[in-house]
Write a protein that binds this ligand. Sequence first.
Ligand code: A3P
Length: 302
Amino acid sequence: QPYDLYLFQNFWCPGIHIQAVNRFQKYFEAVKDSDVVVASFPKSGTIWIKALTFSIANHHRFSPLENHPLLTTNPHELVPFLEFSFGGNIQDQILHLSNMTEPRIFGTHTPFTSLPKSIKESNCKLVYICRDPFDNFVSAWNYFNKVKPMSLPALTMEEAFEKYCNGIMDYGPWWSHMLGYWNESIANPNKVLFLKYEDLKEDTHFHVKRIAKFLGCPFTQEEESNGVIQSIIKLCSFENMKSLEVNKSGKIGRGNIEKKDFFRKGEKGDWVNYFTPSMQEKLSAIVEEKLSGSGLSFKKCF
Ligand code: A3P
């Protein structure tokens, strides 16, 4: 069933993506060292980091920003998901990918362990984003109920929370997803840059510079003093992206998902408006148990 989740290679893969994941593992061979893969756990700010990474990697090409492709193209179209790129006619898709302008930037939700060898073994870079599980859950619950087909019943918060606590969500368990990229970022810091939504929100300027350095395209002193970083931050801000016509109307790709559904509140800490004390206690214990000893943690002020 397309919307059911299947335990596939140790992660919960949506039925509609199994074939594509299989195919991209098998056929995504011609990885270039200049490629960038933006990886994320769903509902962690994927669309934001796609927009930022695209803007940073191309900052020499799109100056002034008035002609920036993000003004006229949805980030999911500028930075296609590898999973979706291998869904249709395989030869056409491979040709399309090979014709993309360099640096080619792709998105993926696939866990690190299931990425094709070609990605792991080439010198291409991975920018990963995840989010505090409390906010990740709230964002996911709101989103999936919004985009689910009419024929499926809405999930109550209690049902969704139970599943989340058991790791059952697209591309989950969330802890294995985060830890897979986290461990790799420690073992191989030039290959994987590990980011958290909350940190990016707290000091976007610092992280934009960090991403640029990681990708090998740092900003010059002159660009910094000319406000290039500020312009990129503004262009990719929640308020700006949400208000752009290209992100407000229409559906994405072959799916039935409205582009506007990728923008809800864009804040950190919204979980306080949803969590009961017992939910708080339960998820805190799971976060503690699953991440303990890894060095990965999420700050929280209760
Ligand atoms: P909320 O539901 O908490 O508002 P994804 O892109 O992985 O699906 O993540 C979606 C989440 O990122 C949503 O969170 C969405 O509002 C938020 N988001 C989208 N664009 C953003 C931006 N430019 N800046 C910050 N957050 C953004």
